[in-house]
Write a protein that binds this ligand. Sequence first.
Ligand SMILES: [Zn+2]
Ligand SMILES: [Zn+2]
Length: 186
Amino acid sequence: MTWLLDTVSSWNINIIASYLWQNVTLQTFVQFVIFYFVVIWISLIVWVGRDISNRTNSIFLQVISILIVLFLTPLGIFAYFLIRPWKTLFEKYYAEIEGNLDILAESITNNLVICPSCWTQVNLHFKNCPNCSFELQKECQDCKKLIFHEWNICPYCGKKQEKEKLVKKGKIEKKKEEKFVKKEIK
Ligand SMILES: [Zn+2]
Ligand SMILES: [Zn+2]
């Protein structure tokens, strides 16, 4: 029985081998190579489309990049590597943030702030901007030290700061009262 199985299996292998030998001709080999290139080509076009949209928002560059790979076959990818922007948009964005952080760190170490009116760098302790005279800080209503407008309480003397509009109103009311008192005295 075993000799029968052996002959059958060796016979099968021989049949498969000869079938392949007869049918894998140059034509099928070329077909396979073409198929392989087309798969790589399409994958590269998809990849370039994704890669370039991560690197630039310019539609012109995006179209050119895809056309390069489309018309220069898969090897156009090398041309694409030469023309594509060096950094991705994310990397650019990150570098920008880093640059801004550097400016911020420099401002802090040099006691500088930006004037909200004219955008020049001014000393943290200035009352008015030397460039546009914008009032950067106000005086505490009690101890007259310089504090920021947003602060509700003076950190030096603890005086609660009345809102500026209220202060003006208060002054007007006081004047009215004074006039009233003067009239009464008269
Ligand atoms: Zn200014
Ligand atoms: Zn104060």
